[in-house]
Write a protein that binds this ligand. Structure first.
Ligand SMILES: [Zn+2]
Length: 273
């Protein structure tokens, strides 16, 4: 079962930036680690609801523009015409969560667990699910977490209260992202996926496949159980479906502020009246 919690950041438009008196340096600092969102997997309660809260107000996100479609998605043709669930995917305050620097760097945590066989199996299964997605977007496994765009951690997600309820619930997976400004001045994002160590085999494979789909930009859920991004965990979890890929392709055709330079705005030291 899956539910979603969001924490939104209010990013102002370039227009309002011109009206601010803050310096460029401050703008950049405020953009760093300025937004976090989570899609979690609930174990106990069937719930698909959104919880939003503004955490801080900042300025100067680049204007929304689409990136060129990656060749892996340009080549994708759905001969079955099975449709998509793009309408269920939410844009964020910075547009769609599109990657534009390839390959996307993925780090899979290899823990020094007491039971090393179990830990090895965990890494193997998680890597297999990641590999499935590499058909559609170029991915590279990196050895250091500091180099990663998407980090997958073998850790039980924190307990979370349901919206409108005080009951704490356990989840088997959680996907969050944060924003930062890269060294070459691009508005960037990175994802962290927490996957419970207690999950194994087909369940772990399905959970990784599902959460990784979120991290690639499918920030929403399918209403059909035949899709990997179906909102609820099902007994026989399906592979990545044509509808999943159709949706992913549509996401990558959308405008975003991510991957564009934040340094191109003029910030004036005067107020507009
Ligand atoms: Zn989900």
């Amino acid at each position: 079962m899956y539910s979603r919690q969001t924490q939104k950041l209010i990013l102002s438009t370039p227009k309002s930036t011109i009206r601010t008196t803050i310096t460029k340096t401050v703008v950049f600092q405020r953009l760093i680690v300025s937004l976090a969102l989570a899609i979690g997997t609930a174990l106990l309660i069937i719930l698909t609801s959104f919880q939003s809260s503004a955490i801080l107000v900042t300025s100067a996100s680049p204007p929304l523009k689409p990136h060129p479609l990656p060749p892996t998605l340009t080549q994708w043709q759905d001969s079955t015409n099975s449709g998509d669930y793009f309408s269920q995917v939410s844009p964020t305050q910075v547009g769609y969560l599109v990657w534009s620097q390839f390959p996307i760097r993925v780090y899979v945590e290899s823990t020094q667990a007491v039971n090393s066989k179990q830990a090895q199996d965990w890494v193997k299964t998680v890597s297999q699910a990641v590999q499935e997605w590499s058909v559609y977007l170029p991915l590279a496994i990196v050895e250091q977490p500091k180099d990663a765009d998407i980090t997958i951690v073998r850790k039980t997600p924190p307990l979370q209260t349901s919206p409108g309820s005080k009951i704490l619930r356990a989840r088997s997976a959680q996907t969050t992202y944060e924003m930062y400004v890269s060294k070459n001045n691009l508005l960037s994002h990175r994802f962290t996926i927490l996957l419970s160590p207690s999950q194994t085999g087909q369940y772990l494979l399905a959970a990784t496949r599902h959460e990784f789909g979120h991290a690639l930009g499918i920030w929403g859920h399918s209403p059909l159980p035949s899709d990997a991004l179906y909102f609820s965990q099902v007994r026989n979890s399906p592979p990545i479906s044509a509808r999943d890929v159709n949706t992913l392709k549509l996401v990558y055709e959308q405008p975003t502020s991510l991957g564009w330079s934040v340094g191109t705005f003029s910030v004036k030291n005067s107020h507009e009246t």
